[in-house]
Design a binder for this molecule. Structure first.
Ligand code: ACM
Length: 633
């Protein structure tokens, strides 16, 4: 055969192999995908065709995103031109699911079918499929039929402990939409800061949004007890919050605001102490209320006009008074006006009941309403708020403590202290969202050796553990399991003061969560997630300027049959990354040996028990991972 032909044939074969790999890189992995041979090339002459305004908006967003990869945008038209290269969006419900879609790429072009959300997700899949080969933007020929396993796929962002700009929230929404998440739970209020402008109560943001100092030491050890004396704070104007809601909606993401009550309210009570559990008199207004619990221990009933700068459960909570309820109804009225979501999250977690035990105001309500104890008082509190929101056509979500003392009639429960709250609520016929702190608290450490990682609140939550989570607890019957709406990870930000640190704690774990939320337990496969899908997505994140944690490579050590020596294979998990390694005990960095293929381990010296592989992964963008160590047995 002619040598040139042979080379041309080989190149074609290699590009087919690469395109086939491309179809395996979709994340979350689609429900069904049939890859055909061949590809389709899109070029600046390709036209996106979309009839409805909403589909055109999705097409425009896709076109903008595509430009970051290909360098050109595509025109969006309402009707297909007589001829030419087309991506057609056909708006029609697929598989009875507004989030389902089909995507067909043939030699002639692309057709995506789905309802509004489905079309958006089809375009996200198409974006991931586009690969640059030289200056050509090529797409492998495929047929995809896809739909999510769960209707609620969320991430919670705490903006109280540290404030994040609208630009950063928008970046997070962009990234979430590429992974087909559909809910941002926005934790807008907590002890350390109130973050939403409320017109009727300006002091909420004048006072409640700012703190004078922040503890930056270890929360668990209380050592070192270091304060950063910088003023910290910020808030979203109503206009900015509406802009976030609009921006999210374009990306098919619902924003659920959380307004914490009756606990985690120190920031509110710094601004408006009159809504607390204790009468404000001359003496108490600036000081502390001397009180003790049943065991005679002193209680820290601080009436502080300062927003606290230290973490944990604070004692300053709302009083169940007409004034407080009226305040909360006013606040929630403004909140509902900004956020069209069906759900409003009302918190309900970590309410220190001791506080109400010693509050004359609380005790009076317990007696008057014939309540058993302070747990029932919390339930009374939540039920009043639920009734108000229900009257206004909204539903509440609360953390699982709202089960204690009697669950509000229509409440959805967010199970965070493990799964039990979710199990109990589902058995009672309530909807639940699973977000257990065992598997989905993204503020936890990503390596076992905490000294190698940035300071976190504690815990250890590696990628594999996130991936292993299955949102439907075994304890539920099929009927009860139908109450599990879905799954969410929580990003608490006590120890996350910067944008880069936020991205580091979110990624790559959010990539694993995307599959936990989109795929059924039976369809998940961690090894294929890791080997086939993760690397391309991490490269894509790097190109989008995301400061993800560079994960440990896959290191396989096998024995070479002839020599009996150890053979080390290293696969970095960022596409295009390089690995530098040592096996001689010295530090590995970019001056170490470049890994180019399997390495024969040296024979240990006679006093050496074993060797250690030390390596770093360096991304195409030039970022280095931590140095990782793997013993060679
Ligand atoms: C929580 O982590 N306190 C919901």
């Amino acid at each position: 055969m002619n040598k040139n032909l042979l080379i041309a044939g080989l190149l074609l074969f290699l590009s087919q192999v690469s395109l086939l790999a491309q179809t395996h890189q979709l994340l979350p992995q689609p429900k069904t995908l049939i890859a055909a041979e061949g590809h389709w090339t899109l070029d600046p002459g390709t036209v996106l065709v979309a009839e409805s305004a909403s589909a055109r908006k999705s097409a425009l967003l896709f076109s903008g995103l595509l430009e970051t990869k290909t360098g050109f945008e595509l025109p969006v038209l309402m009707q297909a031109p007589a001829h030419g290269s087309l991506i057609v969006l056909e708006e029609s419900m697929v598989a009875d699911n507004p989030e389902a879609y089909t995507l067909e790429v043939s030699g002639d072009g692309v057709i995506i079918r789905g309802a509004d959300r489905g079309l958006f997700y089809g375009l996200q899949s198409l974006f991931q499929l586009v690969e640059m080969q030289g200056s050509n933007a090529v797409v492998p020929q495929v047929e995809i039929a896809d739909a999510p396993a769960f209707g609620y796929r969320g991430i919670m962002l705490d903006v109280s402990r540290h404030f994040f700009s609208t630009a950063q929230v928008k970046k997070m929404l962009d990234l979430m939409s590429q992974l087909k998440f559909n809910t941002l739970h926005w934790h807008l209020t907590d002890d350390q800061g109130w973050r939403l402008e409320i017109k009727k109560y300006p002091k909420l943001t004048e006072i409640g949004a700012w703190r004078d100092s922040t503890i930056i030491g270890q929360y668990y050890d209380y050592q070192p007890f270091i304060y950063d004396n910088e003023k910290h704070g910020g808030y979203y104007t109503q206009e900015e919050a509406r802009e976030i809601v609009r921006y999210a909606a374009e990306r098919k993401i619902t924003v659920i605001p959380e307004i914490e009550l009756p606990g985690h309210s120190s920031a509110v009570l710094a601004a408006y102490p009159e809504f607390g559990s204790f009468e404000i008199t001359e003496g108490t207004a600036k000081g502390t209320i001397a009180a003790e619990n049943e065991k005679g221990e002193p209680l820290n009933h601080e009436i502080s006009k300062q927003v606290p700068g230290y973490w944990g459960v604070h004692y300053n909570i709302y009083g169940p008074t007409p004034a407080a309820f009226s305040f909360l109804e006013d606040v929630l009225t403004e909140v509902m006006d900004i956020f069209p979501s069906e759900y409003i999250h009302i918190g309900g977690d970590e309410v220190p009941k001791d506080h109400w035990k010693t509050s004359a105001i609380a005790q009076k309500v317990i007696k008057k309403e014939k309540l058993e104890d302070e747990h029932e008082l919390q339930s009374y509190f939540i039920q009043r708020i639920e009734a108000f929101l229900n009257e206004n056509g909204r539903q509440i979500i609360g953390w699982d403590e709202i089960l204690e003392g009697g669950l509000a009639p229509n409440a959805t429960v967010m199970s965070w202290r493990g799964e039990q709250g979710g199990i109990d609520a589902a058995k009672m016929g309530h909807d639940v969202i699973m977000t257990p702190n065992s598997h989905l608290y993204f503020d936890h450490y990503q390596a076992e050796d905490k000294t190698t990682e940035p300071l976190a609140i504690g815990g250890f939550l590696p990628l594999e553990k996130v991936y292993s989570y299955s949102p439907v607890p075994e304890a539920l019957s099929e009927e009860e399991a139908a109450h599990v709406l879905g799954v969410q990870a929580n990003l608490w930000t006590e120890y996350i003061p910067t944008n880069q640190k936020m991205e580091y704690f979110l990624f790559p774990r959010a990539l694993a969560l995307a599959e936990v939320a989109w795929k059924t337990k039976e369809d998940k496969d961690y090894q294929s997630f890791l080997r086939d899908r993760l690397p391309a997505r991490l490269l894509s994140l790097e190109k989008q300027g995301v400061f993800f944690r560079i994960p440990e490579a896959i290191v396989d050590i096998s024995r070479e049959p002839e020599s009996g020596r150890q053979l080390i294979h290293i696969q970095p998990l960022v596409e295009g990354a390089k690995v530098y390694y040592t096996v001689d005990g010295h530090k590995a960095d970019q001056t170490a040996r470049l890994y180019t293929g399997p390495v024969l381990a040296p024979i240990p010296g006679k006093d050496q028990e074993s060797l250690v592989l030390r390596y770093v992964t360096v991304t195409p963008g030039g970022r280095s991972s931590n140095e990782f160590h793997v013993p060679i047995e």
